[in-house]
Design a binder for this molecule. Structure first.
Ligand SMILES: *Cc1c(COP(=O)(O)O)cnc(C)c1O
Length: 386
């Protein structure tokens, strides 16, 4: 399916709603039936029927069709947050006593899911360095049910060889799932490489304007249906029709925004890399990035999120640099119109700061839609002020 068709037409039945170009926000909790027979049929298969908006809703269904097609997946489910799109499917895939192999240091709440939540059900997790495929093979136990990936990681940009990992998981009956928030389906298509489930925080690039929190998971119709009929309906992480409408709107400009973020990041990174006060820039498409070959092999492009380390990485200098920025905002999240920074030390008390720990030194930056020169001027003032 062509990208332009997916983003502009797929799922949209304009003659059902006055040929309006923008779809309606069907702001309703429930749907009425004319006959008991129709009602019974809908109750018998809520996955395919508009019955109650905790399950299906026509505005959400437009979004689901587009997101599934973008990933080359049979189906998609949307959630009220990205972490919902990770936690709920994982709760669905696993049962008591199962074992998970996860890449080390995935998204913070994903770590908490594995460390704090799943142990309640007797589910254990082994965290490994996912840059080496052999580490996955070594961690497999007889009860391993899931391999969890995040490629690239959104702080260290560590990458996993998706095709190789899918190939080792399949014959062992192990499911694979990836957090693909960094790339979006435009820059990485894990299902085509053999991964079973693809989750994304739609809060980031899909929404794209820092005004909606949402998530999506895509996969086979069999797995998605099972998640829907069980954990999805029971836990109730449904997205509001208005939020779904905002995501449909976000999708219209996703290719443009992603490309802008990618191109501007290149310019900002080139400037930072040459600056004498900067020790290192971490970005999958940077020259000299340790896994640059694998990145270029499995990714069609790169996001605008990267990290860098100042040569003088004292606690005070990192803090002063971030405090001095005038236009680049200090905040969590990314993928919106606005450029952001988050220093690792925002999560580290001064007494715990270890100047030799690279993770502590990182300053993560997201390049939004501003002119790159505008961002460079802001960075320059803050760096020169050190
Ligand atoms: C933001 C983020 C999430 C969580 O998404 P929410 O929409 O905030 O719940 C998960 N994974 C990654 C990589 C993220 O950046």
């Amino acid at each position: 399916m062509e990208l332009s068709y997916i983003l502009n037409e797929l799922g949209e039945d304009r003659d059902q709603y006055f040929n309006a170009v923008a779809p309606p926000i069907i702001q309703t909790s429930n749907f009425a039936f004319k006959t008991v027979a129709d009602f019974r049929k809908a109750l018998g298969n809520e996955f395919d029927a508009d019955l109650y908006s905790r399950g299906n809703n026509p505005t959400l269904n437009i979004l689901r069709k587009k997101l599934a097609a973008l990933d080359g997946a049979e189906d998609a489910l949307v959630f009220s947050s990205g972490i919902g799109a990770i936690s709920v499917p994982i709760l669905s895939l696993l049962k008591q006593g199962d074992h998970v192999i996860s890449v080390e240091n995935p998204y913070s709440w994903t770590i908490k899911l594995f460390n704090n939540f799943l142990p309640k059900f007797g589910i254990t997790t082994t965290f490994i360095d996912g840059r080496d495929v052999a580490n996955f093979e070594q961690a497999v136990q007889p009860n391993t049910r899931l391999i969890y990936l995040e490629s690239p990681n959104t702080f260290s940009y560590d990458i996993q060889d998706l095709a190789a990992i899918a190939a080792l998981a399949k014959p062992r009956g192990i499911l694979t799932m990836i957090d693909n928030s960094y790339c979006t389906p435009l820059y990485q298509q894990p299902i085509k490489l053999g991964i079973d489930l693809v989750a994304q925080s739609a809060t980031k690039y899909i929404g794209g304007h820092s005004d909606v929190v949402a998530g999506v998971v895509t996969g086979s119709r069999e797995i998605i249906t099972k998640i829907f009929h069980n954990e999805f309906m029971n836990i109730g992480p449904s997205l509001s029709p208005h939020a779904a409408w905002l995501l449909i709107r976000g999708l219209r400009t996703l290719p443009l925004r992603l490309q802008r973020s990618f191109e501007s990041a290149k310019i900002v990174i080139e400037w930072l890399s040459k600056h004498t006060a900067v020790a290192e820039v971490l970005w999958p498409f940077a020259d000299g990035f340790a896994q640059a070959d694998l990145a270029r092999q499995q990714m069609n492009g790169c996001g605008g999120l990267f990290s860098f380390i100042l040569k003088d990485s004292s606690f005070d200098k990192i803090e002063k640099f971030c405090n001095s920025l005038q236009h680049i905002l200090m905040a969590v999240s990314w993928g919106g119109h606005e450029s952001l920074v988050i220093p690792s030390i925002a999560g580290v008390p001064a007494k715990d700061y270890d100047p030799a720990n690279r993770r502590h030194q990182l300053i993560r930056m997201y390049v939004g839609l501003e002119e790159p020169e505008y961002l460079i001027r802001d960075l320059e003032k803050a760096i020169n002020g050190l």
